[in-house]
Ligand binder design. Structure first.
Ligand SMILES: [Zn+2]
Length: 217
């Protein structure tokens, strides 16, 4: 499996086919466990993953009196990617032939701009208290691998390519948002790498911001 995977950096300007392949991968990853963001009811907000297809068939893909929607419509995902993946972004895709099986991106951002993006007051002061006022953040925005390709080190490989890019850009602090209630796989993985909680949302999912110096990683 590993030998058949090709890694390539990506910008949306590369071409429509590549962008569509990434959008399809993004939709598939989030439709799967643990996110279950495949379909949603626009009225009550209930969501279903692709493992709940049989349940949806029983209700004829209708809830609260209307057809359920895509959780992540392709045009919304495409716009998000165009917005997040710019020339400043480090973005890597894992390809198996013409199928994108994994994606990973992140970018440099100031503490204040990241506080605004994360909608988490107190983040900027926490991160500068911990890493100094001249810290240069690489925000580790997204990482995902299709369910059937997990467990082969693909995420780790893309993470290491992104880390190399961050170092080349002169970034010295890695920041990532994860869930702790229950702890997500990414949360446990980053804690193992020595990332620590620097700011918390105190919400039901236990969302936290983790950070770590990139220098000794
Ligand atoms: Zn509903």
């Amino acid at each position: 499996m590993k030998d058949q995977i090709r890694y390539a950096s990506f910008t949306p300007q590369q071409g429509k086919a590549e962008l569509s392949a990434l959008v399809a991968c993004y939709q598939d990853v989030f439709a799967d466990e643990p996110w279950n963001e495949w379909k949603k009811c626009a009225v009550c907000g209930k969501k279903w993953g692709n493992s709940h297809k049989a349940d949806l068939m029983k209700i004829d893909f209708c809830h609260c009196g209307q057809s359920v929607d895509e959780f992540w419509p392709a045009e919304v995902v495409r716009e998000d990617i165009m917005h997040e993946v710019t020339e400043k972004t480090s973005c890597w895709l894992a390809w198996k032939q013409d199928l994108v099986v994994g994606f990973c991106w992140g970018y440099p951002i100031t503490p204040d701009a990241l506080e605004e993006k994360l909608k988490l007051s107190g983040f900027a002061s926490s991160v500068t208290r911990e890493f100094g006022h001249d810290c240069r953040i690489g925000y580790q925005d997204e990482i995902g691998v299709r369910g059937e390709y997990r467990g082969h080190g693909i995420a780790k490989k893309m993470f290491s390519y992104r880390l190399e890019d961050f170092r080349r850009m002169g970034l010295n602090v890695g920041v990532v948002r994860t869930k702790t209630n229950p702890p997500s796989v990414t949360n446990l993985w980053f804690m193992d790498l020595g990332y620590r909680v620097i700011c918390e949302y105190n919400d039901l999912d236990g969302r936290v911001i983790l950070a770590r110096s990139l220098e000794s990683l």
